[in-house]
Ligand binder design. Structure first.
Ligand code: ADP
Length: 650
């Protein structure tokens, strides 16, 4: 049905009546006025779609009326009625925005056609406008959907690591300012009895109280708990600037946050402006909260099914595995670990049980592993008469941001291995002890022979005693090394520190070092500082270290080369270096030579006797002195060992 309103203005009543009569047929709402002023009054009261007006009228003429009508309603269609010979006025009227004109006298058809044509065009314009508004609305809707989706995507990524509802709603809270313009937002966590307030301008205690009450009223509609504002702790996401007479909140809305069908909390958005939020804003937040909570629950279901799979995998592993997740303080533990920890095999082993039983502190481990992962620890479990020794490999579970999310621990029962090691150590220690006395006696008697106390020696006999002497010395060195190693293992390798002059010690032992080198005619150079260099160390250990290193220099160098012992004063430390012109050690082997029983297998080295114990003992002794040993070596050119020792007690 056509409902367009038409106003006909003409001072000639018969003409007006005639026009009304003509248009009666169509379903227009028709009104008329006899002059410009009357027409203007009507235009002010009613929104007409079309104005048909005469030009020359008393009081207010057609052109004046036209101007006023357009300013009152720019969308109105205007047609002017004009007599012959007034073309100039017609042109002026068209310039003023008149849409059309009809010259008097006119035919009925002409009048109806022109009116209909202008109303159709107006209808099109109106429809066009409606469509444009609709498109703008759809666009806005789409924009919000995109925000919602991108938020949900972000949520999906973040939530895999932070599985708590509080975190979820904090995320919504944080993302709000990007999408809605407000002065305050607040989130009430009813479980935690806590409200987080994000004031974008100012806050007053009165406002905080109002916020709390407003949110509590909202949640009380859905929850039985009767909580008062005092019970809610407040927490500010930015600095609180208390201004007692902060303006009043003029518009706000509260959105309940649901988890399934349980209210978890409330989000409040408030503004000091009137009507600050549209229905679509409210709808948007409501949707966001709902969608996030749904996504969260879905993700949680996926994760817990993955957890089940993981549990299945770790259950079938032969080693003990314990995983700890800091997000929900949860533990995954496999039967093997339970057996190690709790022989009764009850499944409900808690984090506390594990910490107590293994004497470990998970928080400390997280801190340690974040610096140094994986960590190797030995744990002894007291099991009545037999202790169980577990070797634990502990690593941090790190999220993509590099933050630790928990621990993964792999336990291996090494009790049998350790027992065997201990037996081996005891055996080595016993055998070395047993060998030491007879070897020392043989050495004693060789020296008696050498001193010709038992009679003069022939030159052949002297040669034999020298061979015997050097071999018994080697045997004694080996025994000493074996004893040192077993002492180190049982924690009994001790040093007896004393204050002495390092230069003097080196000078004192150099003749016996020279004897070692003489066989291969290797020259010994000493590069010692002129002044005495006092250090607080164990002279016997220093002697053992230097003897072992010079022995190695001899073994792994050709005849007629040179060996140098140097000493340098380095303020709080001393640096001792021993350099040879021997075979050298390749870089990849340098890291292994301090391991026990390690020997380089190439032909030249293998010809030399040795047990691979010299360097490990040196390292142990140096570490007991809180010093360090470093190596610089070039294949075919030689090797230098650098020993740094603190001068004083540390
Ligand atoms: P051993 O000499 O009894 O084999 P060590 O622990 O003293 O045992 O040394 C380990 C290995 O390191 C040796 O077997 C040798 O291959 C290498 N090595 C040690 N010192 C030197 C050196 N000065 N020059 C070249 N190789 C060396």
């Amino acid at each position: 049905m056509k409902e367009e309103k038409i106003l006909i203005v003409d001072d000639e009543q018969p003409l007006r009546e005639m026009i009304i009569d003509i248009l009666k047929e169509s379903d227009y709402y028709i009104d008329d006025a006899s002059d410009g002023l009357e027409a203007l009054e009507k235009l002010k009261r009613t929104k007409y779609d079309l104005l048909l007006t005469d030009l020359s009228m008393p009081k207010l003429d057609g052109l004046g009326l036209l101007r006023k009508a357009k300013s009152l309603n720019p969308d109105i269609a205007t047609i002017i009625l004009t007599g012959h010979g007034t073309m100039e006025t017609v042109i002026k009227a068209l310039q003023l925005g008149a849409n059309d004109f009809i010259t008097k006298p006119f035919e009925v058809k002409t009048l109806t056609n022109i009116i209909e044509k202008n109303l159709i065009s107006k209808r099109f314009k109106k429809e066009n406008l409606r469509l444009q508004t609709q498109i703008a609305k759809d666009k806005e809707q789409l924009r919000k959907k995109v925000i919602e989706l991108s938020f949900l995507r972000k949520l999906g990524i973040n939530l895999s690591y932070t599985f708590s509802f509080t975190e979820l709603f904090n995320m919504i809270f944080k993302s709000l300012p990007e999408h809605i313009d407000y002065d305050f937002s607040a989130i009430l966590n009813i479980q935690k009895r806590e409200v987080k307030i994000h004031p974008r301008i100012i806050i007053s205690d009165k406002l905080v109280l109002w916020l709390k009450n407003s949110m509590l009223t909202e949640i009380s509609k859905f929850s039985e708990d009767n909580i008062t504002a005092d019970a809610i702790e407040e927490n500010f996401t930015s600095e609180k600037i208390p201004i007692e007479d902060a303006p009043d909140i003029k518009s706000y809305f509260n959105t309940i946050l649901w988890i399934k069908d349980k209210p978890f909390g409330v989000i409040n958005i408030s503004s000091f402006k009137e009507d600050a939020f549209s229905e679509s804003d409210k709808e948007f937040i409501k949707n966001l909260a709902k969608q996030s909570s749904d996504t969260f629950l879905r993700l949680k279901a996926v994760i817990s099914s993955q957890r089940e799979k993981l549990q299945f995998i770790i259950d079938s592993l032969p080693d003990g595995i314990i995983m700890y997740d800091t997000n929900d303080d949860s533990i995954l533990i496999n039967p093997k670990s339970i057996m190690m920890i709790d022989r009764r095999k009850t499944r409900e082993v808690t984090k506390k049980d594990i910490e107590n039983r293994l004497n470990l502190d998970f928080s400390e481990l997280i801190e340690e592993t974040s610096k140094n992962s994986p960590l190797l620890k030995e744990v002894t479990l007291n099991m009545g008469k037999d202790d169980i020794i577990l070797e634990a490999n502990i690593a941090s579970l790190v999220n993509p941001d590099g933050l630790s999310q928990g621990l993964v621990m792999v336990f291996r029962d090494v009790t049998a291995e350790r027992k065997l090691d201990q037996l081996k150590q005891e055996f080595i220690s016993n055998v070395s002890h047993e060998l030491r006395t007879p070897a020392a006696t043989i050495k004693e008697f060789i020296s008696i022979l050498n001193d010709e106390i038992g009679g003069t020696l022939t030159s052949d006999q002297r040669e034999y005693t020298e061979i015997m002497s050097s071999n018994i010395d080697r045997l004694l060195r080996l025994i000493e090394n074996l004893l040192s190693i077993s002492r180190a293992d049982s924690g009994n390798l001790k040093i007896k520190n004393d204050r002495f002059d390092l230069n003097a010690l080196i000078r004192k032992i150099s003749p016996s070092l020279l004897i070692l080198l003489n066989k291969k005619k290797i020259k010994l150079n000493l590069k010692l500082p002129e002044n005495p260099l006092e250090i607080y160390a164990d002279p016997d250990s220093i002697t053992q270290i230097l003897t072992n290193l010079i022995d190695n220099a001899k073994k792994y160098s050709e005849k007629n080369t040179e060996v140098t012992i140097g000493v340098e004063d380095k303020n709080n430390d001393v640096l001792i270096w021993i350099s040879d012109q021997g075979y050298g050690i390749s870089p990849e082997k340098q890291k292994d030579i301090f391991k026990r029983f390690y020997r380089i297998e190439s032909k030249k080295e293998a010809r030399q006797e040795g047990a691979g114990l010299g360097l490990p003992i040196i390292k142990e002794l140096i570490e007991l002195h809180k010093g360090k040993i470093e190596i610089d070596s070039d294949i075919g050119k030689g090797t230098t060992f650098f020993i740094t020792l603190p001068k004083d007690e540390t």
